[in-house]
Design a protein around this ligand. Structure first.
Ligand code: IPE
Ligand code: IPE
Ligand code: MG
Length: 247
């Protein structure tokens, strides 16, 4: 399949990969099978994003609230992440993909943390797609950690409270250095953020896809890019056409 050409391309696409459990239930399978199938959708989507020339792709893989699930499911999800990094790191590296992890690292098991650090380290100088994996990620937790870091600087006299700007807050978030997502896609028909990139989503476009995540792939991804290309982003100003006519 040749790559479609879009009028305007997002630099950064973020995806809330939802619906693995319902995909499995629909087929009378255990939820774990849905998560396993979801990994295949991840592979296809990463390739499609790279082929389309997307610079940043963020995938919401495990939220800070997902610990509320039964222990067996949490452990399945941890296992799948481990298996994904082990199996796919070499190929991602060969594809010139740079991996970044966002989320709270401190409460992760050391075997998982070490794998994530290894993935970041191995791919740090790659220049094609940046794949951002949101793992043990919650936006409120991220913002609170950024606040703590700023408050520590104020306490130590390195920073004055009134000098805090949106740019300074930005620089303390896990996403420091990564542009805000232009497009956020959520699968499974749910239309909410579930504590994902609350700060960064200030001007994101949203595309909600009814299909469950395991059914997502190149075709649905490009359909979402097409929807994005048709959107008129104004960032509080006027669209170029309206500005030109002065209406
Ligand atoms: C998304 O699928 C994967 C994670 C949240 C880790 P779900 O597991 O949330 O699937 P549903 O929403 O229950 O169908
Ligand atoms: C959001 O999905 C988290 C991930 C995709 C990792 P959830 O399935 O956890 O969200 P809620 O609970 O339906 O809001
Ligand atoms: Mg869900």
């Amino acid at each position: 399949m040749s790559e479609p050409v879009f009028l305007s391309m997002p630099e950064h696409v973020a995806i809330i990969m939802d619906g693995n459990g319902r995909w499995a239930k629909q087929r009378g399978l255990p939820r774990a099978m849905g998560h396993r199938k979801g990994v295949e959708a991840v592979r296809e989507t990463v390739r499609a994003a790279g082929d389309a020339g997307i610079k940043y792709l963020t995938l919401f893989a495990f939220s800070s609230e997902n610990w509320r699930r039964p222990e067996a499911e949490v452990s399945d999800l941890m296992g799948l992440l481990k298996a994904f990094i082990r199996r796919d790191l070499a190929e991602l590296h060969a594809q010139n993909v740079r991996i970044r992890i966002i989320g709270d690292r401190h409460s992760l098991r050391s075997d998982i943390l070490n794998l994530l650090l290894e993935a970041e380290e191995t791919t740090r100088d790659n220049t094609a797609l940046t794949l951002v994996i949101a793992f043990n990620y919650g936006s409120r937790d991220e913002i609170a950690r950024a606040m703590v870091s700023l408050a520590e600087d104020v306490e130590a006299g390195r920073l004055r409270a009134r000098e805090i700007t949106p740019e300074l807050v930005n620089a303390r978030l896990d996403t420091a250095g990564i542009p805000d997502p232009d497009l956020i896609i959520r699968t499974s028909g749910e239309e909410r953020l579930s504590n994902f990139l609350l700060w960064q989503a200030a001007y994101s476009e949203f595309v909600f896809v009814p299909e469950y995540w395991p059914d997502f792939g190149r075709e649905l991804f490009y359909a979402a890019l097409e929807k994005f290309a048709a959107r008129d982003r104004r960032f509080g100003g006027l669209s170029p056409q309206a500005a030109a006519v002065g209406t």
